[in-house]
Design a protein around this ligand. Structure first.
Ligand SMILES: [Zn+2]
Length: 98
């Protein structure tokens, strides 16, 4: 159990860490800004394609929706995990399937 002082010190450290993380994360690509904005010759980039199947499901729903009805004001489709085939895979299984 943390004392009030230890809790306060930990909270300050976490706030500093979050601020640094936000400040150093590129809003465009999500990589550390010191890396993706670096002009060093040793920093090179490649493009890999990946599919977000959650967004794909939302895009498909939007296409189907366009033909049926207009969305209500404030209504936004979003992806929800379908548990019909089971629970979430482990992080490791998900990473290995990419
Ligand atoms: Zn970037």
């Amino acid at each position: 159990m943390l004392s009030a002082e230890e809790h306060w010190q930990l909270r300050v450290k976490l706030q500093v860490a979050m601020r640094v993380l936000k400040e150093e994360t590129c809003p465009e690509c999500g990589y550390p800004i010191w890396l993706c904005h670096s002009s060093l010759d040793t920093v090179q980039w490649e493009v890999e394609w990946s599919t977000c199947y959650a967004n794909a499901a939302v895009e498909e729903a939007k296409k189907l929706q366009e033909n049926k009805r207009h969305l209500s004001s404030g209504e936004t489709p979003h992806a929800v995990f379908d548990h019909e085939l089971g629970d979430w895979p482990t992080r490791q299984a998900g990473l290995e399937s990419m």
